[in-house]
Design a binder for this molecule. Structure first.
Ligand code: FES
Length: 181
């Protein structure tokens, strides 16, 4: 009696008669398939990682780019004595800012909002640094970097330049996020 293969549950047995003409190792095929699948996963993961890293790098770069804004003269800045400060607004009247003339005579300007919870920072002449009264944060007057306290990043920098003996604000650079923060 001829065995009915159409109901055969064991595929190996069912395909045995054809193995001689069409050699075929299911185990080998399965291994190759797994290997290929693993390669595919590896390549896909690598591609995703590279893509995500690229986007993150671009976002970080964009965040640090200086914003080109309409120049604005800072009234009275040229009269500022060394180791003192002057408040002004830039780029709009709502954006409070602070101009520092450090003891060496150099000018530095920053957005006045503390990067912790946005309290206005002030220049502490005695310590020659910017201080925040809310939670005792402090910033370097020459760089805007955090010296101590809870602020997570530096102050926004405002670029200034001399024009015909007067000082102008010409751009603003948001501070970059703290590395790993
Ligand atoms: S708001 Fe400046 S330290 Fe908290």
């Amino acid at each position: 009696m001829t065995k009915n293969l159409s109901d055969e549950s064991d595929v190996r047995v069912a395909t045995a008669p054809y193995q001689a003409e069409f050699p075929y190792e299911r185990d080998d095929e399965a291994q190759v398939t797994r290997r290929e699948f693993c390669n595919f996963l590896g390549l896909t993961s690598a591609a995703l990682f590279v893509g995500a890293t690229g986007f993150a790098a671009k976002a970080a770069l964009d965040a640090r780019e200086s914003v080109s804004l309409a120049p604005a003269r800072i009234d009275g800045a040229e009269l500022l004595a060394p180791n003192s400060s002057l408040n002004f607004s830039y780029p709009t009247e709502r954006d409070s800012a602070i101009l520092i003339r450090t003891a060496d005579g150099a000018y530095h300007a920053y957005g006045q909002k503390c990067t912790h919870l946005s309290c206005p920072v002030y220049y502490a002449r005695d310590h020659q640094r910017l201080e925040c009264p809310c939670h005792e944060g402090a910033f370097n007057a020459a760089t805007g970097d955090v010296l101590y306290g809870p602020p997570p990043r530096a102050l926004d920098a405002i670029q200034v330049e001399f024009r015909d003996g007067q000082i102008w604000a010409i751009g603003r650079t948001p501070s970059s996020p703290e590395v790993g923060g």
